[in-house]
Design a protein around this ligand. Structure first.
Ligand code: UDP
Length: 447
């Protein structure tokens, strides 16, 4: 149980409207509330969390003037305007709430939280919900850009390793297919030196020790690696979309570790041709599958109108296609034996936490780096080279049936144990969380 003395200390958590950022922020809120802190979640109206799922938090909405996330065209611009639209209100809402002794913890995409903290003269901490291994690649972008290596030429993409960024290839770089103009904008936005007093990272030391050490040297402020938050937080659903729980009774009827679960997260999209290849790849693999196709994620259609003729008949009784599912529960289910994923960091952590090996098909941002580490360093996943039906069916058989997949499952289970241990008394994430609590309290006398 939390220490009631800490209730005098108020944490203002500035959340981001991206699903993959909102989830770890709410999880962090639950973890810190369990430690005894009072929690306020400041959030955009776009993709608001449901307060009824978190009666222990206070919620303060900001009017962001967006009706949808439009990050597919220009992520940087979207984040910039989001911060511009929210900064003043953020400061006003915090002042109106009039809590004493606050610390602001902001999501890295809501970086205006930093400026507001400075204006209000209160401490601030940033939450990073990407992998630590991604950051060295991100931080290398200015140099690669000034050397004229960005955007990357097709000839460099495939196999070439990037000097000083082992084991990353040019194709693993974030924003590897982004235009020069957007890269310039992004670098301008990320360049100003921001000055939080610490960083909270949703990762574990055993997994990303080397990247965390590099980052510690680079940032020169405390870094608290307290993940995986998906395992520590006692948090009900954090999904923006309704979770279709009918998949659980369907999974109950499947053989142990026979089902491949497919989800490409909350942002990735595909076109009709890619959907068709994915569909036939799944059908031809002959494995049972649970496939999440998010509404609107197939360009030009509302949901699954573009599924090819004959697919439904071919996979009847063996395949289930749904709009959104309770992913943590799905990955924990005995019937799930593999996860075809876009390698978002939350999905990667959730899969590792359940010992489920992966097929990796990254789409954007840190997902390329995550995929490289999952497949080449941690050896718990295999890389899907092409979105082509034969390649997909072969990858699924390799993961679900072949000895290669069994070895990956063994390693994934080892990682699951290590992740669990890092959260147990004396484990690295357990200790980091306690250090974080002490760090927050250090400025205040809460006795
Ligand atoms: N998720 C879910 N149900 C689904 C698909 C995804 O609950 O049907 C959750 C998943 O558990 C994860 C989040 O959505 O916590 C996606 O975050 P991630 O970082 O993996 O990817 P992003 O959506 O940011 O690309």
């Amino acid at each position: 149980m939390g220490d009631e003395r800490y209730r005098c200390k108020h944490l203002v958590l500035v959340a981001s409207p991206f699903q993959g950022h909102m989830t770890p922020m709410l999880q962090l809120g639950s973890v810190l509330h369990a430690k005894g802190f009072s929690i306020t979640i400041v959030h955009t109206k776009l993709n608001s969390p449901d307060p009824s799922n978190h009666p222990e938090f206070e919620f303060l909405p900001l009017f962001d003037n967006f009706v949808a996330i439009d990050a597919s065209t220009n992520f940087t611009k979207f984040v910039e305007v989001l911060n511009e639209n929210c900064k003043l209100q953020l400061q006003q809402r915090i002042q109106e709430a009039n809590h004493k002794k606050i610390t602001i913890i902001y999501d890295n995409t809501m970086y205006s939280g930093e400026e507001v903290a400075r204006n209000l003269n209160v401490p601030s901490i940033v939450l990073r919900s990407c992998s630590a291994s991604y950051m060295p690649a991100f931080l290398a972008l200015p140099k690669l850009h000034s050397e004229g290596q960005l955007p990357i030429q097709d000839s460099m993409l495939q196999k070439l390793l990037i000097p000083d960024l082992y084991p990353l290839r040019y194709k693993d770089l974030p924003f590897n297919n982004t235009s020069t103009q957007e890269i310039t904008e992004m670098l301008a936005l990320t360049n100003p030196i921001r000055n939080p007093s610490a960083i909270i990272w949703n990762t574990m030391e055993f997994l990303e020790n080397s990247a965390l050490t590099k980052l510690q040297q680079y940032y020169k402020i405390p870094i608290f690696a307290i993940g995986p938050l998906n395992e520590t937080a006692r948090c009900p659903t954090t999904s923006f979309l309704n979770e279709d729980t009918s998949c659980i009774s369907w999974l109950d009827k499947q053989a142990p570790r026979s089902v491949v679960y497919v989800s490409l997260g909350s942002l990735a999209t595909m076109d009709k041709k890619e959907l068709t290849e994915a569909a036939w790849g799944l059908a031809n693999s002959k494995q049972p599958f649970l496939w999440v196709v998010r509404p609107g994620s197939v360009n030009g259609s509302e949901w699954i109108e573009f599924l090819p003729d004959g697919f439904a008949e071919e996979v009847e009784g063996r395949g289930l296609v749904l709009k959104w599912v309770p992913q943590k529960q799905v990955l924990a289910h005995f019937a799930v034996g593999g996860f075809w994923s876009h390698c978002g960091w939350n999905s990667s952590l959730e899969s590792i936490s359940q010992g489920v090996p992966m097929i990796c098909w990254p789409f954007l941002g840190d997902q390329y780096v995550n995929s490289r580490y999952l497949t080449y360093v941690w050896l718990v996943g295999l890389e899907l080279e092409h979105l082509e039906r034969r390649v997909i069916a072969t990858a699924i058989r390799r993961l679900m049936v072949d000895d290669e997949g069994k070895e990956m499952r063994k390693r994934a289970n080892d990682m699951k144990e290590k992740a669990k241990n890092s959260l147990c008394n004396g484990g690295s994430s357990f200790n980091s969380l306690n250090n974080l609590v002490e760090f927050i309290l250090a400025d205040y006398n809460c006795n």
